[in-house]
Design a protein around this ligand. Structure first.
Ligand SMILES: [Cu+2]
Length: 451
């Protein structure tokens, strides 16, 4: 009850120009998001949304954050608006644990927050959806507000972010989807209503985690914009807002007098085409909405049977054949071969541990194949969620050769030769959401021969 009153007090006491105490509660957990129609993403979240809840405060406010870990793995929090040590207070938060943290919002602007359990886990969890926007409204008014003598008609908060199908793709920057506010083409499906002449203030944050954005409105030139959202960082008359991961802008722009659709887009078109596009629909009689929030839609409890696709950067997606590699029967893999007088060793088939996933996730190999696990994760310091050390431990077995690898640090390898048919579902015991399958098959021709 005290907490609820605290949240209300933060809202009620938010008188402009008067430093207030602001209270926010964040809950770290595993979640499932619908990121496109019938397409579900398994990941991590704050408050079951990705992006997580927007935190809006004013310059000079004291911000109190309560972080609860509702998950079965370690989480944490990094808040870019806080010019102070955060990892000491909000790092390595254990399952079931609650932490409190306070800071003064000394710098105005648009900032990112993200999960930060520590070490390798910071990058791996941010990639999985644990991020959001904190806005520190400046004491000094933005220029267009001063010139017009009034606030904006619409505050449009937008986060651009990427979704990945595997840790390998995360390493390589090969995003599967690029989204505004947590969904592909969200504002194409639900265009944002505006009226010609409206004064818009756009709060834009590119959380990445890998790609650059050049935010643009098709049919518009941004009258004023402010790098990182600080009113002192003024840029005038710009076509795009260039933003690397965690870069942000406040943009002030009036909708031109012509009715029609103005597209919001990143002009990095190879990423816009993956979902980072929306529509401002300008009509004289458009309904008035005061703000669009940079928050994802609430997660779902279960993936419906009608799902077209499940994306899971760490574990097995469905249908899993999207990530299956079948190795054909190839004598060169299993037998010594010779080049002239020189003998070549049999080649193993590699399964990488990379970005907290196995790659390939589903591997189908003929009997007699040697599989080599190799850890491509580089940050192998620390322990638990904070480390990039991995192993492979079978949890479901149909066959005679269940396996356990040692815990492997960066660039360490471990080989297993499969001599009989079988199917093995395995996980990493350090990061139990990492999941893979090895199927050992017997070529039908061989089976016929042996009968
Ligand atoms: Cu986390």
């Amino acid at each position: 009850m005290r907490k609820v009153l605290g949240v209300l007090a933060g809202l009620v006491l938010g008188v402009p120009g008067v430093a207030a105490e602001r209270h926010f509660a964040l809950e770290a957990r595993s979640s499932i998001f619908e990121v496109d129609q019938g397409v579900y993403l398994r990941g991590f979240s704050f408050n079951d949304m990705s992006p997580g809840p927007m935190l809006v405060v004013e310059e000079g406010d004291t911000v109190h954050i309560t972080l609860r870990n509702l998950d079965n793995v370690t989480h944490g929090l990094s808040i870019h608006a806080a010019n102070t040590q955060t990892s000491r207070f909000l790092g390595n938060v254990q399952p079931g644990e609650t932490r409190e943290f306070s800071f003064t919002a000394d710098f105005p602007g648009v900032f990112m927050y993200h999960c930060a359990p520590g070490g390798h886990g910071i990058m791996a969890h941010t990639m999985g959806g644990q991020f959001g926007m904190i806005v520190v409204e400046p004491k000094e008014k933005y220029r267009m507000e001063r010139e017009l003598g009034r606030g904006p008609d619409l505050k449009l908060y937008i986060i651009q972010s990427e979704a990945y199908a595997s840790g390998r793709d995360f390493y390589d920057g090969k995003a599967l989807y690029v989204m505004f506010n947590g969904r592909n083409f969200r504002y194409v499906d639900e265009p944002i209503p505006v009226r010609p002449g409206d004064y818009l203030r756009i709060y834009f944050l590119n959380v990445g985690p890998n790609l650059t954005s050049t935010f643009h409105v098709v049919g518009g030139v941004f009258e004023y914009m402010y790098y990182q959202g600080n009113p002192k960082n003024l840029v005038v008359g710009a076509q795009t807002a260039l933003a690397g991961p965690s870069d942000s802008w406040v943009i002030e722009w009036r909708v031109p007098p012509v009715e029609g659709d103005y597209a919001l887009v990143t002009h990095v078109f190879g990423t816009a085409i993956k979902g980072a596009l929306g529509i401002l629909r300008a009509k004289k009689d458009a309904p008035r909405i005061p703000e669009v929030r940079a928050e994802g839609v609430p997660g779902v409890k279960e993936i419906p049977a009608s799902a077209k696709r499940v994306v899971d950067p760490y574990g097995l997606a469905s249908p899993s054949h999207e990530h299956t590699v079948r190795v054909p029967l190839d004598p060169a893999l299993a037998q010594p071969v010779a080049v002239g007088a020189k003998a070549l060793e049999p080649l193993p088939v590699t399964v990488q541990m990379v970005g907290n996933s196995f790659y390939p996730k589903v591997l189908e190999i003929p009997v007699g194949t040697t599989v080599e696990f190799v850890n491509e994760d580089v940050f192998d310091l620390l322990e638990g969620e904070r480390t990039g050390r991995h192993d492979a431990v079978v949890i479901e077995v149909q066959g005679p050769e269940p396996f356990v690898t040692p815990k492997l640090g960066h660039a360490e390898r471990y080989r297993i030769t499969f001599t009989k048919p079988g199917e093995y579902v395995y996980i990493c015991s350090i990061h139990p959401y990492m999941k893979g399958i090895i199927r050992v098959y017997e070529p039908l021709s061989q089976r016929a021969d042996s009968q």
